[in-house]
Design a protein around this ligand. Structure first.
Ligand code: TXA
Ligand code: MG
Length: 339
């Protein structure tokens, strides 16, 4: 393909480069290729959702087990409705309230969605993403895009184009730079097949907001394993060992490392309260105590720990409250990966 340089990252920061990247990317997707595309949650590894062979490339590149279904991205509610055999009133309400945005709706699938996309299941996960580039590519392609997060299976999701390039090298020929993801963790996945919404994966759009929008109490994640296979504990993990803890005073952090036999030079502490003065500042990262800012920063900080080859990450347990549930979920999963 003419404009394709395997090691390139396509930029989108002027109207001209944006348009060029949309054309190059959609041409490549139309030919059955894979492209890493920015969304507002995390970067996605996209292929034509209606082309089983193209989608099989996603599973191959990620090393993703075939029983884990993919999210299908659309450019509006009418495309979403064409992909489902039963668009429920609940799905309509939530789509009206939160799309485009970090919300994925699980509904009964239409027959023309290949089995590989839904892992043989009868439901499909749909999302209209809020990122202008992803939207423009879907419109240009005029077909939906299957896109999991653009990371190797069980590793951290990427929030920048560089994270994607580091994970896949030249194996993914097109990586588009749409800036750092503005949400920073994966979308909230809500089962809308019944009358009551059920959260299969928490995210920044939280239960109280969903309840307020549809006026029905949310059924929270008692999802049986296998129902939403991405919810198996080993997921979203940095290479480094990660533990969650809380301390009474900032001077206790040093002791927390010693207790675990974690040398300071191999460790990093992520906290949002007072900075310990007795530890080297380059081993302490302060993340803002604001859920949105925290989510936006979290994966980049964890990627940075991996890039530096650190072995241990100690994370201050985030505050309580519905807006922290998605963040806490990812931190617990990262901790469970080794524990
Ligand atoms: O924010 C996001 O959702 C990102 C961006 C790229 O859109 N995508 C993402 O995809 O996180 P992935 O594949 O990493 O996670 C998809 C999640 C998994 O937990 C999967 O099991 C679940 O959605 N899922 C997909 N289809 C499903 C279905 N039909 N029923 C239940 N869960 C489903
Ligand atoms: Mg993922």
């Amino acid at each position: 393909m003419k404009n394709l340089r395997p090691d390139s990252i396509l930029s989108t920061d002027t109207p001209e480069t944006f348009r060029h990247a949309v054309l190059v990317t959609s041409e490549w997707l139309k030919s059955g290729g894979l492209a890493a595309i920015p969304t507002e949650t995390v970067y996605g590894l996209a292929a034509n959702a209606l082309d089983a062979q193209a989608v099989s490339g996603i599973f191959r590149a990620k090393g993703r087990p075939s029983h884990n279904p993919l999210i299908v991205h659309v450019d509006g509610i009418s495309m979403a409705r064409r992909l489902t055999s039963h668009w429920t009133p609940l799905a309509q309400k939530l789509a009206d309230a939160f799309w485009p945005g970090p919300l994925t709706l699980v509904v009964d699938k239409a027959p023309d969605i290949p089995e590989i996309v839904t892992a043989g299941g009868s439901t499909v996960a749909l999302r209209w993403p809020g990122h202008a580039f992803m939207q423009a590519v879907i419109r240009e392609c005029a077909f939906p895009l299957a896109a999991p997060s653009a990371n190797r299976s069980n590793r951290l999701s990427p929030t920048t184009a560089l994270h994607v390039r580091e994970a896949f090298g030249e194996e993914v020929p097109i990586v588009v730079d749409g800036g750092a993801a503005s949400v920073g963790i994966e979308s909230t996945v809500v089962d809308c097949t019944g009358e009551q919404p059920a959260i299969l994966r928490p995210g920044m759009l939280h239960a109280a907001e969903i309840e307020a929008a549809c006026g029905i109490p949310v059924h929270t994640s008692t999802a049986p394993a296998g129902r939403s296979p991405g919810q198996l504990p080993i997921h979203y993990a940095p290479r480094a060992e990660l533990e969650l803890t809380r301390v009474d005073s900032p001077t206790d952090w040093k002791h927390e490392l010693e207790k675990r036999n974690w040398p300071v030079r191999e460790s990093r502490i992520l906290l949002y309260t007072d900075i310990p003065r007795d530890l080297p500042s380059d081993h302490v990262v302060v993340i803002p105590e604001d859920p949105e800012a925290y989510a936006r920063a979290l994966y980049a900080e964890l990627h940075e720990c991996d890039r530096k080859g650190l072995k241990h990450i100690l994370v201050e347990i985030p505050p309580e409250g519905p807006e922290w549930v998605g963040i806490l979920d990812r931190l617990h999963r990262a901790a469970a990966a080794r524990g």
